[in-house]
Write a protein that binds this ligand. Structure first.
Ligand SMILES: Cc1ncc(C[n+]2csc(CCOP(=O)(O)OP(=O)(O)O)c2C)c(N)n1
Ligand code: SF4
Length: 299
């Protein structure tokens, strides 16, 4: 039986099967409130596709196309073409994980960026292949335990933002469930942009990161306050624009150790792992710090 309750305007129904405290679902709920009912989602294999569910128990109140793991961006491109042929202005939104975006789906994402198809691509980044049991992805931070890196991931995260930026999309931004007004503003801007948009959403995952279910927002904020997650946006042809939470964090960053110590996935992290993350935060401050004079409102 499909959901028949009150219309909340959320496009995602109560009783969906995401874990309590899921950063992905928090972000997607706000995104869909901005996008409204005239939207079609494209979701590859992931936690989001579990939330989507199977008819007649589907959780989303908008059409969803469930794609093969690697094909979400190209599926969205095809849908956009089909809607244009029918003179329909429906939002076409990809909701894909970091595995499906930065690893296996990178080629199709690059193709859509190159064609500048008028879609919004949302990469929710829980920094692992969560749906299949928390395996390491290209976005897993150095030192973090996953089921395939039981003593901690060696190396550092793939810099998907620089890869996307090199394609010069119409609009791109990072967002955080710790700063919801900014997240919603960026979703709105991405939906309105003329061409392809990319929204990179930080998505703490309580079971995978081994945090309590009520710590998602706090952990997301600590990532920003320690400069490990940088909030910025960029319009085609322009430079990065830093958002106020990151500008403040750069002036007086919290210790990276505060972020690390709060998460069970870093239990086996060595001093060298923490130093490497500190170095990553310092590099963020140095690199993105050059854009702080173009500060904008967090809202
Ligand atoms: C080609 C292919 N390889 C592997 C899988 C198995 N699989 C399904 S979901 C998933 C993990 C997806 O990870 P991510 O994209 O990061 O999303 P998350 O699960 O974290 O939401 C994997 C490996 C698959 N469906 N197709
Ligand atoms: S495993 Fe993590 S990403 Fe997946 S639904 Fe649960 S909290 Fe969300």
């Amino acid at each position: 039986m499909s959901w028949t309750g009150e219309d909340t305007g959320q496009q995602i129904n109560d009783g969906h099967p995401a874990c309590s405290g899921c950063g992905m679902i928090l972000g997607v709920r706000h995104l869909l409130e901005e996008a409204g009912e005239d939207s079609t989602l494209v979701i590859p294999a992931s936690c989001a596709s579990v939330v989507q569910g199977v008819y007649p128990y589907t959780a989303f109140d908008v059409p969803v196309v469930n794609t093969a793991f690697a094909a979400s961006a190209s599926t969205a491109s095809g849908l956009r073409q089909a809607y244009e042929q029918q003179d329909e202005d429906t939002n076409v939104i990809v909701v894909a994980g970091d595995g499906g975006s930065t690893d296996i789906g990178l080629a199709s994402l690059s193709g859509a960026l190159d064609r500048d198809d008028d879609i919004l691509y949302v990469l929710y980044d829980n920094e692992a292949y969560s749906n299949t049991g928390f395996q390491k992805s290209g976005r897993t931070p150095g030192g973090a335990q996953t089921t395939t890196t039981p003593t901690g991931r060696i190396g550092r995260q793939k810099d998907i933002d620089e890869i996307v930026s090199a394609h010069d999309p119409a609009y791109m931004a990072t967002a955080s469930p710790g700063f919801v007004p900014g997240l919603r503003r960026k979703a709105e801007k991405g939906l309105a942009a003329d061409g392809i948009s990319f929204l990179h959403l930080h998505a703490p995952c309580p079971p995978g990161w081994r945090i309590d279910t009520d710590e998602t927002v706090e952990v997301a904020r600590t990532a920003v306050s320690s400069a490990l997650w940088v909030l910025f946006e960029r319009e085609r042809g322009g430079e990065y624009t830093l958002n106020n939470p990151s500008v403040s964090a750069f002036r007086n960053p919290d210790p990276v150790a505060e972020y690390v110590e709060g998460q069970g996935r870093f239990d086996t992290a060595t001093d060298a792992d923490v130093e490497a993350l500190e170095e990553q935060a310092a590099q963020n401050i140095e690199y993105f710090g050059q854009f702080t004079d173009r500060e904008v409102s967090p809202r």
